[in-house]
Design a protein around this ligand. Structure first.
Ligand SMILES: *Cc1c(COP(=O)(O)O)cnc(C)c1O
Length: 234
């Protein structure tokens, strides 16, 4: 059974890395600037280990508690990213566990992370999550509030802004997600023109990562296309 899983995961991972390469070529982009975040939320540790053995180097988790149990099973050979919504009362643990937090969407949360990073004597890398679609997600900063939030983050010495993240609505046809990806890139270009660091654009999931890469994604977050459908939803 494990061998079967391992082959499946290794093969899926290889396909995705190949597709990423094709999209990079198609968009005339530097492959080194595109990272695959292997989304391991809800996936049992053994299968996550199989993915790492097959070459996954960055793992994405949605929940702090679930991530902690997995991270304790590893010893530093992979990067862990928090991609899900973060509550302020979990900020301290998030700072302990994650190399990059993709989901900072308020000045209050940023301040809490900054405080815990300072106490821990570290600088925490973060992305600001932007909400581009009212109906679809609860989380993310509204575009109109973004510059105020970026300015607030810039004043927090123990946070290091790396860029932006977004989750567009789900469409069967990934082409329909393209305007959202393009919009995030435009927003990042404006923020960059105002002096904010915009190294990373975290956008694109199993269904639409290729389109996201064509529109400038530097991080794609892929779960289902690697591990298969999740048994439960979070
Ligand atoms: C679950 C999740 C993903 C991965 O989604 P798939 O469709 O399984 O690839 C990516 N980003 C976020 C924020 C998620 O919560």
């Amino acid at each position: 059974m494990l061998r079967f899983y391992a082959m499946e995961i290794a093969e899926a991972l290889k396909n995705i890395l190949e597709n990423i390469k094709c999209s990079a070529v198609k968009a005339d982009r530097d492959l080194d600037k595109i990272k695959l975040i292997t989304v391991s939320k809800t996936i049992e540790l053994q299968r996550v280990i199989e993915a790492v053995n097959a070459g996954a180097t960055i793992l994405g988790e949605s929940r702090v508690q679930e991530a902690r149990s997995k991270i304790e099973g590893f010893n530093g050979e992979v990067e862990w990213h928090l991609i899900g919504n973060l509550q302020k009362n979990k900020a301290r643990t998030a700072v302990e566990l994650f190399d990059l937090i993709h989901s900072v969407d308020s000045a209050e949360l940023a301040a809490e992370l900054n405080k815990h990073a300072k106490n821990a004597g570290i600088v925490q890398d973060i992305l600001v999550q932007v909400k581009l679609s009212e109906e679809y997600t609860k989380h993310g900063a509204d575009e109109k509030d973004l510059m105020v939030l970026l300015n607030a983050v810039a004043g927090m010495e123990n946070l290091r802004l790396q860029g932006l993240m977004t989750i567009p609505p789900f469409f069967d046809d990934p082409e329909e997600a393209r305007p959202y990806f393009r919009k995030l890139r435009k927003i990042a270009e404006r923020a960059s023109a105002q002096g904010f660091t915009m190294n990373e654009l975290s956008m694109g999931m199993s269904n639409d990562y290729e389109v996201a890469i064509e529109e400038g994604a530097t991080m794609v977050r892929v779960g289902t296309a690697i591990f298969g459908a999740r048994k439960y939803k979070i």
